[in-house]
Design a protein around this ligand. Structure first.
Ligand code: DGL
Length: 278
């Protein structure tokens, strides 16, 4: 008995984020468990979460969970690092389906990757101030040294398409200098957007630093979680544009443009939801 026998393996998995960034997690889930149907919600009306208080992020998160539950999802993936960092510990007690965030998978991968015990974490201000990566990493090994750095300009740079650009190089050079000086050998990309500028970050920190992408690790752990509860969808996917559903709280057209650049397959449309009604 797992308590989740009643869940329908054919039901979609709910994935949510503060906006478009969680599509990097969607991309990894589609790569690793392509049979699954996803139902994505991006809170494009209220993004960014990374500068907001814990109380506000908790309120937004509860509304999104209510929306996803109304859609009868069989599991929930918190794609947003900020929500995973500041709200998940409280929210997971309130949810009736399996729920997974991106922080713990990233932590496990970073602890396994480091050789010199010095791990850098880059993320939003809220994630860094929560200290969650350091706390979880030290639970695994108290000797680990964790160096956090908030990189608030990365999100707008990515959203403006400056993925390979001298401006992004300049900003990344400034943000990452102190981590390089402290001789980190592992760096966690602790924000949904950062995998999209992975090559810039790798070039600046050098090939000797292992980059950890929590989106990738989360997709692996999601697969294990679905197996554990016997709710993995085994039937073949139908490869139509309506296999996955996308919802946003504002600017569906802008979301579609970004989604198509990240996912490289045409999504038919994103629908708008008034999330304040939930
Ligand atoms: N999705 C957020 C995160 O991963 C980044 C954008 C925001 O600040 O809301 O932390």
């Amino acid at each position: 008995m797992t308590g989740f026998e009643h869940l329908d393996p054919q039901a979609p998995i709910g994935v949510f984020d503060s906006g478009v960034g969680g599509l990097t997690v969607v991309r990894e889930i589609i790569r690793q468990i392509p049979n699954e149907r996803l139902l994505y919600f991006g809170d494009t009306a209220r993004v960014p979460y990374g500068t907001k208080s814990k109380e506000t992020v908790l309120r937004y998160t509860r509304q999104i969970i209510r929306f996803l539950e109304s859609q009868k999802v069989k599991a929930i993936v918190v794609a947003c690092n900020t929500v995973s960092a500041v709200a998940l510990e409280e929210i997971e007690k309130e949810v009736d389906v399996p729920i997974i965030g991106v922080v713990r998978p990233g932590v496990r991968a970073a602890a396994a990757a480091t050789r010199n015990g010095r791990i850098g974490v880059i993320a939003t201000k809220a994630t860094i101030e929560s200290n969650i990566y350091a706390n979880y990493l030290k639970q695994i090994d108290p000797k680990l040294e964790v160096l956090g750095k908030a990189c608030p300009l990365f999100v707008p740079l990515v959203e403006n398409g400056l993925l390979e650009d001298p401006v992004t190089d300049e900003i990344a050079g400034r943000y990452l200098a102190e981590l390089i000086d402290r001789d980190i050998d592992t760096l966690v990309l602790g924000c949904t957007h950062y995998p999209l500028i992975r090559s810039t970050i790798q070039r600046i920190v050098g090939e000797q630093v292992t980059l950890v992408n929590p989106a990738y690790e989360t997709a692996i752990e999601l697969k294990d979680l679905l197996d554990k509860y016997g709710i993995r969808k085994t039937t073949e996917p139908h490869l139509g544009g309506d296999m996955h559903r996308f919802y946003v709280s504002d600017d569906a057209r802008g979301f579609e443009v970004f989604a198509n650049s990240v996912l490289k397959y045409g999504i038919l449309s994103a629908r708008e939801v008034n999330i304040e009604n939930y």
